[in-house]
Write a new protein. Sequence first.
Length: 483
Amino acid sequence: MRRGQFLPVAVPAGLAMENQMQTSFHVHSATCGCSPENRSVGESDTRPRVVIVGAGFGGLSAAKGLAKADVRVTLVDRRNHHLFQPLLYQVATAGLSPGQIATPIRTVLRDQKNAEVLLGAVTGVDTAKRCVLMGSHAINYDYLVLATGARHSYFGRDDWERFAPGLKSLEDATELRKRILLAFERAELEEDHAARQRLLTFVVIGAGPTGVEMAGSIAELAHRALASDFRAIDPHLARVVLVEAGARALSSFPEELSAYTARELKKLNVELMTGTKVTGVDEAGVMLQGADGAVSALPSACVIWAAGVMASPVAKWLDVDGDRAGRVAVGDDLTVAGHPEIFVLGDCALAKDKAGKPLPGLAPVAKQQGEYVGRLLTALRRKPGSKRFAFGYKDYGALATIGRKIAIADFGKIRLRGFVGWLTWSLAHIYFLIGFRNRFSVALDWTWSYLTFQRGARLITGPVEEAAKPARQDGEAAGRKAA
Ligand SMILES: Cc1cc2nc3c(=O)[nH]c(=O)nc-3n(C[C@H](O)[C@H](O)[C@H](O)COP(=O)(O)OP(=O)(O)OC[C@H]3O[C@@H](n4cnc5c(N)ncnc54)[C@H](O)[C@@H]3O)c2cc1C
């Protein structure tokens, strides 16, 4: 097969030279037009180039799905690791270490000879010239897969982020871990009762799966793992408040499982406040508005945001309209209208199921979409011009954990809860983790924690001067706000 058959749309002649003039670096593609002598070692490969941006669930499975295709795969990510986000909350609450839920991308693709990995943040896409921009670098593509995921959204109140960080990256998780553990340390030094209570009040905003997991895990950390470790304070007195604007926790699950979750959270001493809106967040804590419209202050030194996400700026890069969450609408083959060579996957895509319902932002959706793109491009490469088959999502069910040994699972007709739900949740997460070492060490840590209630990663990293600062100042701030 000739190269040109893979990508029917011609790239303007001289494009490569143009790019070279504009940028300090140019990565060649099959159709970029550069002469062989201008290609350095490794650049003489003239197979069509599939550039994948993002090595999350979607991007990585697309790259792996192309292992047998006669293409050159270039996977770009601004981080050097693939992150298993569903277990981030365990890093944030000192249950697991960062290395247990992250794997270097190069390691994952080490044996895949047609794949290369580039570290860098993509800043835009030039669809006319078919190149991805990384600052002053440009990478030409024949096919482009955008799978850059999502970030937290503060619904226009970005000033809240400082006081209520969200959980999306390892840095977020270790920052939250620091804030949570520091709150106990600072409370141990604090003499003022109100200030101490503020330090021992943890507020989680948003009772979706991440909020429920965080709240349950902080409660268990305070009431079990740290219970005997302090002398001046009693960690049992820590308050964990889970605030939800909607009518129930885990609203994407059946009502019966939401009700069960609420009961289990209560047993863990988590205060679930449904029908409550957050109207303000600052260093003193949060302002809450109940269903009756009454506004009250809840002083807290540790507020965690688990309320909303916004897609990464793919819509802007492609100069198309995104939906309210910034997602780009894609067709049955996950490509963008008018661009059969551009695929958008995972959390930044607005893909619909057969009934026209948008697919949720979940790891299995992104993973299956990535696998689909791998299969589709492999098939197109083998049989150029063949009709594109459509993507179909297989929903295997949803899982959420509430505590150390309690979880819920919704498989349609079969619904699990309690310990059986937790076993199912644990096995599924261990299975989907990448690498034997991570699977083994996570299983070992969970068994240890299950038997002893202990957390193996209670480390405060980064500067801790704050811990020694007279905490009274914060107490005064909280008192002012709460008054
Ligand atoms: C705390 C948390 C808990 C979750 N729990 C669950 C769960 O229990 N079950 C479940 O199914 N789903 C869960 N999810 C959702 C799930 O993780 C996402 O749906 C999934 O990760 C989406 O995959 P993706 O490939 O679209 O994006 P991601 O996995 O987010 O990957 C995006 C990748 O793109 C890279 N990237 C971003 N911008 C750029 C750029 N400009 N240049 C280069 N690279 C870039 C990032 O570094 C990242 O590697 C959870 C998410 C979070 C945050």
